[in-house]
Design a protein around this ligand. Structure first.
Ligand SMILES: C[S@@+](CC[C@H](N)C(=O)[O-])C[C@H]1O[C@@H](n2cnc3c(N)ncnc32)[C@H](O)[C@@H]1O
Length: 233
C-alpha cells in the first residue's frame, strides 16, 4: 500500500521549477568586470587630473625663488587700504591680486583698478566676483608675473607681499613710478623707505609711501631727517 500513497511520478516532475537563467560564461562576467574597471579608472584618473589642475597653481608659488602664497587680506586690512586711498584717485594696481578683493574694493571707491595675478583660477574667480559686484567695467585682472609687469602707469600701488620680496620690489617701484604715485604695503613694510602714513595694528598694519618722499630717501640727509610719519587711528 505504501507505493499507492505517494505522489505519482508525473506530479513530481511538474513541481520542479525550470531554471530560466542562462549560464554565464566566464568571458561575459569578466567583460562586465572590466567595464566597471574602466569606468572606475576613468573616474579616479579624471578626479586626479582635475585636482592636479586646480591645486598646482596654488602649490607652485612655494617652489619659486620668492615664495608668495595666496593669503587673502583680512576685512580690516582691506578697510585700512581704503583708508590710505582717501583723497586719492586715478589708477590703482594690486600686485598679486589673489581673489581680487582689494581691486574690487578700490573699484567701488571709484578707482580704475587692475590686478596682476599668477594663478589663473584666482584671476577667473576675481573676474566673476567683479561682475557679481557690478564693477567689471573698472576692475580688470590679468594673469601675469609681477616681475614682468611695468607699473609706471599706476598712481596707486598696493602690495601684500612677503619680506623676502620687498627689497627687490622697492628698487623696481622706485625706478618705475611717477613722483605723484603712492605705494601701500599690507602686513610687511618696505625695508628702506619711510612711510608717510601708517594705520592699523598687528597683521592688519598698512603703510603708505609717497613716491615724492621715497625718491629722496637715502639720497641725502634732508629727506630722512625731516620725514614725518603720521599714524592714522
Ligand atoms: C599674499 S597674497 C595677496 C592677495 C591679495 N593681494 C590680497 O591682499 O587679498 C599674494 C598673491 O600673489 C600671487 N603671486 C605670487 N607670485 C606671483 C607673481 N610672481 N606674480 C603675480 N602674482 C603672484 C599669489 O598667487 C597670491 O594670490
Amino acid at each position: 500500500m505504501e507505493g499507492g500513497r505517494g505522489p505519482p511520478p508525473e506530479t513530481l516532475e511538474e513541481e520542479k521549477q525550470p531554471d530560466c537563467t542562462l549560464p554565464t560564461s566566464p568571458e561575459v562576467s569578466s567583460l562586465k568586470k572590466s567595464n566597471w574597471g574602466f569606468l572606475l579608472t576613468g573616474l579616479v584618473g579624471g578626479t586626479l587630473v582635475a585636482l592636479y589642475a586646480v591645486a598646482t597653481p596654488f602649490i607652485t608659488p612655494a617652489f619659486r625663488r620668492i615664495c608668495l602664497p595666496f593669503i587673502p587680506a583680512t576685512a580690516k586690512q582691506v578697510e585700512n587700504v581704503v583708508k590710505m586711498l582717501r583723497c586719492r584717485r586715478g589708477t590703482l594696481v594690486d600686485i598679486g591680486s589673489g581673489d581680487g578683493r582689494i581691486v574690487i574694493a578700490a573699484a567701488k571707491e571709484g578707482f580704475t583698478a587692475v590686478g596682476y595675478e599668477l594663478n589663473p583660477w584666482l584671476v577667473w574667480y576675481s573676474r566673476y566676483r567683479a561682475w557679481q559686484e557690478g564693477v567689471q567695467g573698472s576692475a580688470t585682472f590679468y594673469i601675469s608675473d609681477l616681475w614682468k609687469v611695468t607699473f609706471s602707469q599706476y598712481s596707486n600701488v598696493v602690495i601684500f607681499g612677503v619680506p623676502q620680496m620687498m627689497p627687490q620690489l622697492e628698487k623696481k617701484l622706485e625706478l618705475e613710478l611717477e613722483d605723484d604715485a603712492r605705494v601701500i604695503a599690507c602686513r610687511f613694510p618696505f625695508p628702506h623707505w619711510t612711510p608717510t602714513w601708517v594705520t592699523g595694528e598687528g597683521v592688519d598694519t598698512v603703510w603708505a609711501y609717497d613716491a615724492s618722499s621715497f625718491r629722496g630717501a637715502g639720497r641725502g640727509p634732508r629727506a630722512t631727517r625731516f620725514q614725518v610719519v603720521i599714524q592714522i587711528p
